[in-house]
Design a binder for this molecule. Sequence first.
Ligand SMILES: Nc1ncnc2c1ncn2[C@@H]1O[C@H](COP(=O)(O)OP(=O)(O)OP(=O)(O)O)[C@@H](O)[C@H]1O
Ligand SMILES: [Mg+2]
Length: 268
Amino acid sequence: MKTILITSGTKGGTGKTTIAVNMAVILAYELRSKAQYPVVLIDLGLDSGTATLLMLGNVEERMPYTLADYFMGKIPDPLSTFYVKTWQIDSDTFKLVFTASLSQYPSQVRIDRYLLRGLLNAVEAISPLYVIIDTPALGLSYDTLITLLEVSTNAILIAIPDHSSLRAVGNVVNLMRDLKASNKLLKPILNMLNIKYPVDALSGYPWTKLLRDIVGIEPPHVIPYDDLFPIVRQALEIESLKLSFYESPALDSIFKYIDYLMETAPPG
Ligand SMILES: Nc1ncnc2c1ncn2[C@@H]1O[C@H](COP(=O)(O)OP(=O)(O)OP(=O)(O)O)[C@@H](O)[C@H]1O
Ligand SMILES: [Mg+2]
């Protein structure tokens, strides 16, 4: 089981959830014949539940329990927060398991290390090939990040062309160096790059170079700014694989990253 952590450090709105959800769906599709539940998507945005809403639509009444209840100690077993979404494509089907998040109140629920391991044990019991962990930005404490890095086999850092984002990613890289976990770093992603203006006006350097200098490994994978992306991500809710992904440059780019992911951190 490869456990892939998606984070931008403390910087919000970089596209973590959009990328995590699309990666999870595409991987589940590509690996549909390899396991009963090839992919589990864990939504750690405990109160906003953005990934959950993308998967289910706005249907709180269908969610008696969420991960917030689990991490608050209201329910002992995380399994009651697991959902399966099934897509029908022609005569074939594929399934994606995801954990539900969403809380009625703005909460600062602590992601306890012991409970997080309990959650991952429950995930392991259904033998997925990949677990994709979508994390929140603000609210992700240093301690939580350390725990998440411990339980993950790999981490994908997502930055946007913005100095505060580069700084936030740099802090995660430093933390991973301190933890001797730099080997878990996959190629970082530079999301929402305006490919007509790929250079930072302040320094005169391309954003790709600035990010590479910070992360210290391979040049980043670029996902371009794409007007269609918010629409396509909505479309995922409505059985979208019949859509031509190639009409969306951002989704096309996610497909390419998935090829890299399956090669570098193979399923299983
Ligand atoms: N490549 C892209 N091109 C255009 N829009 C994008 C792109 N990537 C993400 N977006 C849009 O940016 C917004 C923020 O995305 P998203 O919610 O995935 O970010 P996030 O990092 O998960 O945010 P948070 O830190 O709040 O969890 C969404 O409206 C999404 O559709
Ligand atoms: Mg998010």
